[in-house]
Ligand binder design. Structure first.
Ligand code: HRO
Length: 312
């Protein structure tokens, strides 16, 4: 038997898999399908202070064999909806609840965090520093000074263990600089790598037209085409954040990519594009595939191979 259980922010997950924030998690009915699935946990759509309708459609398009492009523009019900959901959540359930927050400014993040802290719930906060799709709002994760400032304000407010969702970094100097900041915050317990690769452009060859409408066709890339960028980010932060955990996300379509994420250092694995395309029944397939790989390789638990990628 292979044991897929793990822990994040001091909380046990029955298995390492859950949705990437944004997929299947805007409304209660979608969250219910995750609860009813074999996922090990669930996370809500990134919340802003006010409800948002998001960008005009088409705003998500699958790119067969490659992944997807999206410019959803943070459609969500507003943080109070997710706070109410978190208040009603049955915490005796074996799946812990993650809540994603993505304020459009630091003040909004502060107000949302304060509301969750006041409610004193056992849910785990993942603060999104990396939405690439709100016109006029750069990704916080690419402004290291602003990100440190945000952490200086938010970490003491949150007090308990929390995580942040990061954009992909592409330079060793940026891995070093970002990790040096994260290591200053003891209750920053995990980083989730990676958000979509921001501002790609997909064009239809026949019609010579951008595939999505917002931002002249520019949107975040996800799925298979970002796997290797995701693995690099997971491993770079796994190496640099010895007292924190990494949640891997990007390019997981089967047990094989999930195995590679854990080998790179992931303690849990979120799935976006493949979940969107296949639906929550995917979790039972991918669990079985990872179990079969572990049994074939003689690994009994994730600890047996986490972070143990060999280098030449
Ligand atoms: O809603 C979005 O457009 C979106 C968000 Cl918030 C995010 O963090 N990542 C992404 O690819 N899309």
């Amino acid at each position: 038997m292979a044991d897929l259980s793990t822990s994040i922010a001091g909380v046990k997950l029955p298995n390492l898999f859950f949705n990437a924030s944004g997929v299947c998690c805007q409304h209660e009915e979608e969250l219910k399908t995750l609860l009813d699935s074999e996922s090990g946990s669930l996370i809500t759509k990134s919340a802003t202070y006010e409800k948002r309708l998001g960008n005009p459609s088409p705003r998500y398009v699958p790119l067969p064999g490659l992944g997807s492009i999206n410019s959803m523009g943070l459609p969500n019900e507003g943080y109070e909806y997710y706070l109410e959901y978190a208040k009603k959540y049955d915490y005796t359930h074996e799946k812990p609840l993650f809540i994603s927050l993505s304020g459009l400014c630091l003040e909004d993040n502060v107000k949302m965090v304060e509301a969750f802290v006041t409610a004193d719930l056992p849910c785990i906060l993942e603060v999104n520093f990396s939405c690439p799709n709100v016109p006029g709002k750069p990704q916080l994760g690419y402004d290291l000074e602003a990100m440190e400032n945000a952490l200086n304000v938010l970490a003491p407010l949150i007090k308990k263990p929390f995580g942040i969702k990061l954009p992909p970094y592409f330079d060793i100097a940026h891995f070093d600089a970002a990790a040096a900041i994260f290591n200053k915050f003891d209750n920053l317990s995990f980083v989730t790598c990676i958000n979509s690769v921001g501002n790609g452009l997909a064009i239809d060859f026949e019609t010579e037209t951008a595939l999505i409408k917002p931002k002249d066709g520019f949107g975040g890339l996800g799925g298979t085409m970002v796997l290797h960028t995701a693995l690099a980010n997971v491993n770079a932060f796994y190496r640099r954040l010895p007292n924190k955990k990494v949640i891997g996300v990007g390019g997981v379509t089967s047990g094989k990519e999930a195995f590679l994420h854990v080998l790179a250092g992931a303690s849990a694995v979120q799935i976006g594009t493949q979940l969107k395309e296949e639906g929550p029944q995917m979790f039972s397939r991918i669990k079985k595939e990872l179990e079969d790989i572990m049994i074939a390789k003689g690994y009994k638990s994730l600890d047996d191979f986490r972070g143990k990628v060999k280098t030449l």
